[in-house]
Design a protein around this ligand. Structure first.
Ligand code: ADP
Length: 447
């Protein structure tokens, strides 16, 4: 277990707690030394004086009626040890420092105890609950216990102090909480905005408020976000521009091939095939450059999208798709974008995997996400290659070799990742233990 908290709130509360503790310890020592000790010394002397007077006057040896009268008048009672026990002596606490002080002053060993009694002989009607009584037994009269009621002292007197300490504690923690909240609020919006930027969404500039340090960080973040946005826009413009400009010469080449004589049919076929491949690559470039953030999100059942795509694929011979679809709730997604992801994963599974593949869906109710896997039964991929495949223009070793003659730009998985990230989901690729590749993605289930 980590004892030192990581959050600013935890650290502030800990700091305030320690400062408060030190503060209270010092206050306690000062108050004890300068106020409580002198008061106790006075009380001890008063108790000693009273005990001396009472014992000197021999009141405890007077008749019962006289003692009663005295008790009515002063509240002071005299008990034999047995009576004292019956009146709550055993519940009283022995205080060595009071006993020692009184013993010294009386010049005789004295036992002083402090306890709560519910009766006061002066006022038997209203049983003053929880009144303190000082019990005194001196060696000069060993068979007598003197019970001195202390009217001014009651437990209620201590509660303001406890209350005061609690209020200080609560106020300090509350102050710390307010301070940290003020500090944390801009941090939280910064965190959310940074997450948006990492998903390719550029939020409006954040409001610069809070402490001066926080304002400086927010300012720097706003500038960085603007810079990245500009960079992304420039790159997209360039990609789209080049792709567009390539189309014209390609079309011209295609037209030119049409004019080739019939005996050179095989040259023509080769060129047309290459032009189609290049067009497909250009399409992917344009897809990558185009940000699908403009497409509206709509509530859709992912299973329906999968079924639509599978329908189209069924036309192709030798390709077989097995479905394991669990019932899913509708979730807010960009239909065309997610279709592109699915299409790309299916295409890859056929292209680099096997002629028969499996698609399954499930819902993780605890994490509130919809999960989808596309699995093939091919040879999978080298473990150390997997991480890099989501980067644009990265193709696997096998794909680069001309063995399967496939055209590709290495953009498919990069586009898919960008789309899934934009939805706040996650995408990953793993080798299946039994062979083949498993492409997995999840999307938050949003109504
Ligand atoms: P492209 O298909 O244009 O090469 P992708 O980004 O779609 O680009 O894929 C990147 C690389 O990932 C591919 O070149 C391929 O090497 C590898 N790959 C993707 N899917 C699979 C799969 N199902 N089995 C084996 N390798 C795969």
């Amino acid at each position: 277990m980590r004892l030192f908290p990581k959050s600013a709130f935890g650290q502030t509360v800990l700091l305030i707690g320690i400062v408060l503790l030190i503060n209270q310890m010092v206050s306690y020592l000062l108050v004890t030394h300068y106020f409580i000790r002198p008061s106790y010394q006075q009380i001890n002397e008063l108790i000693a004086d009273q005990a001396r007077v009472l014992l000197n006057e021999n009141i405890h040896q007077r008749s019962a009626s006289e003692r009663n009268e005295f008790a009515q008048l002063t509240g002071i009672q005299f008990f034999s040890p047995q009576q004292a026990i019956e009146n709550g002596l055993n519940d009283a606490t022995f205080y060595a420092f009071i006993s020692n002080a009184v013993s010294k002053r009386l010049n005789a060993s004295t036992d002083v105890r402090l306890g709560l009694r519910t009766t006061d002989p002066r006022d038997v009607q209203s049983l003053s609950a929880n009144a303190y009584t000082v019990w005194i037994n001196s060696s000069t009269a060993p068979d007598t216990w003197i019970a001195l009621p202390m009217r001014g002292l009651s437990e209620a007197d201590f509660s303001p102090l406890t209350f005061y300490l609690i209020v200080i504690g609560v106020l300090s923690v509350l102050g710390g909480w307010l301070f940290v909240r003020r500090l944390n609020r801009p941090l939280q919006s910064l965190e959310l905005a940074a997450m948006d930027v990492s998903r390719g969404i550029f939020p409006a500039p954040l409001r610069e408020d809070g402490t001066s340090e926080m304002m400086a960080v927010t300012q720097a973040f706003n500038r960085m976000s603007k810079g990245i946005k500009q960079l992304e826009a420039d790159r997209n413009l360039m990609t789209a521009g080049i792709s567009h400009d390539l189309r014209t010469p390609l079309t011209r080449i295609r037209l030119a091939t049409e004019m080739l004589p019939d005996e050179q049919e095989w040259v023509k076929d080769g060129i047309v095939h290459d032009i189609e491949d290049m067009n497909a690559i250009i399409d992917q470039f344009i897809d990558y450059a185009r940000q699908d953030t403009n497409e509206r999100r709509e509530p859709i059942d992912l299973n329906l999208l999968i079924k639509e795509l599978v329908q189209v694929r069924h036309v192709e011979e030798n390709h077989h798709i097995q479905l394991h679809l669990a019932p899913l709730p509708e979730t807010l997604i960009r239909k065309i974008a997610i279709k592109r992801v699915l299409d790309n994963l299916i295409e890859n599974a056929f292209k680099y995997g096997s002629p028969n593949i499996e698609i399954s869906t499930a819902i993780d109710a605890r994490r509130k996400v919809i999960c989808c896997t596309v699995r093939d039964f091919g040879t999978g991929i080298d473990e150390d290659e997997i991480e890099s495949l989501f980067a644009p223009f990265v193709r696997g070793d096998k794909a680069r070799g001309a063995a399967n003659g496939s055209a590709g730009s290495g953009l498919g998985l990069a586009i898919s990742k960008r789309i899934i990230d934009m939805h706040g989901g996650a995408i990953s690729i793993t080798n299946h233990p039994a062979g083949g590749l498993v492409a997995y993605f999840e999307l938050p289930a949003i109504r």
